[in-house]
Write a protein that binds this ligand. Structure first.
Ligand code: GTP
Ligand code: MG
Length: 369
């Protein structure tokens, strides 16, 4: 890890450099005044003079000093929207309709296998970022790690099925995260669709539609037939306006890992959603227990891009190791610093792991007694 110069060590102990060198010769481990020695060697030498060497922890907080942006730095940013809802109620079909693409039919068995993040640009140039979750676990586990990235939840409820178990769960998750819900009553094209019944079910759960005097925005849609999609997006943007979402653009980027994988050809790859600042190709970063340098960056359509601003998800190449979904992503000025922070975090993680093991084995011991 850390090293110290022999002359510096002597100064700290208040002994002459010559004395220290003499001692090192006597001990058969000769050093010179300008030599940098590691902590273990320093500890052995210091011991001879009655001193103990402590390895100072790298203060992550100091290295990652964060100065919150001033109000003048803040500019509007696009909303980040997560689509939630019961199985098969049409989340993926809705995202397809929004993107006017057809991912669902290509997915194995039609079930979402991954978290995707996409930006959608509307005709008037406004942008919305969507996150498609394969389940509520992703949302919950991200949130449990303090990694809230979602500004608005679109709750998809099938007009034929109505409110189901996972609909209720989604509402609870959104509420716990204090994220406003925009309701999309889907499948209105079906003969047995009953949107009014869905509305009363939702009202019972406290989501009272605006037309009934409440403040929940509700759109009737058919994801499959592409009915009501524009109206839904209007409601999302209306909700976003009420939230007054802003971020600083002109500073080093910070964000969150949304998904990651080890690609056979390209190495570790991760999707990052930028939450603040501007990310550039070549930027050095720390992400969870790893670090790296942005070698290449791609937008949600696979186009190579050079910069990414707040609320924009990007796929990044250049990680030393695979980070985890929910990890932070922080641009720092030097690679050396990034490496040190990552090593420091790894050490802390190992210590925490070891402490946990001790606790478990103690608990086992007590069980036996
Ligand atoms: P999971 O990812 O498995 O939770 O499902 P999902 O919520 O993403 O549902 P998905 O989009 O895969 O849709 C499930 C089924 O409902 C598919 O067969 C869709 O074609 C169908 N579906 C989705 N939207 C509509 C709609 O508006 N009308 C009709 N009739 N069918 C729809
Ligand atoms: Mg799906």
């Amino acid at each position: 890890y850390e090293t110290i110069q022999v002359s510096e060590l002597a100064k700290l102990m208040g002994v002459k450099v010559g004395e220290l060198i003499k001692k090192s010769l006597q001990m058969g481990m000769p050093v010179t005044a300008n030599q940098s020695i590691d902590a273990d060697t320093a500890a052995i030498l210091a011991d001879e003079f009655g001193y103990q060497v402590e390895k100072a922890p790298i203060e992550e907080e100091i290295l990652l000093q964060y100065i919150p942006p001033s109000p003048e730095e803040l500019k509007p940013r696009p909303p980040v929207v997560t689509v939630m809802g019961h199985v098969d109620h049409g989340k993926t079909t809705l995202l397809d309709a929004i993107r006017k693409t057809d991912v669902a039919s290509k997915e194995a068995g039609g079930i979402t296998q991954h978290i995707g993040a996409y930006t959608v640009k509307l005709e008037d140039g406004r942008i919305i970022t969507f996150i498609d979750t394969p389940g509520h676990e992703a949302f919950t586990s991200m949130r449990a790690r303090g990694a809230q990235v979602t500004d608005i939840v679109i709750l998809v409820v099938a007009a034929d099925d109505g409110v189901m178990e996972q609909t209720k769960e989604a509402i609870e998750h959104a509420r716990a995260a204090k994220v406003p819900i925009v309701v999309a009553i889907n499948k209105i094209d079906k003969p047995d669709a009953n949107p009014e019944r869905v509305k009363s079910q939702l009202a019972e759960l406290g989501l009272v539609p605006e037309e009934w005097g409440g403040n929940t925005l509700v759109a009737n849609i058919s994801a499959k037939k592409r009915i009501g999609i524009e109206e839904l997006l209007e409601l999302v943007l209306l909700q976003a306006e009420m939230l007054d979402l802003k971020a600083a653009y002109d500073r080093p980027a910070r964000g969150r890992i949304i998904e990651s994988k080890l690609d056979k050809g390209r190495g570790p790859v991760a999707t990052v959603i930028v939450q603040e600042g501007t990310l550039r190709e070549g930027d050095v970063f720390v992400a969870g227990l790893t670090y790296g340098r942005v070698r290449a960056m791609f937008d949600s359509y696979g186009n190579r891009i050079k910069t990414a601003t707040p609320s924009i998800p990007v796929e990044i190449l250049g990680f030393e190791d695979v980070p985890q979904a929910g990890d932070d992503f922080i641009v720092v000025d030097e690679e050396e610093k990034a490496r040190k922070i990552a090593e420091y975090r790894q050490r802390k993680a190992r210590e925490a792991e070891a402490a946990k093991e001790v606790k478990i084995s103690l608990e086992k011991l007590f069980e036996k007694l």
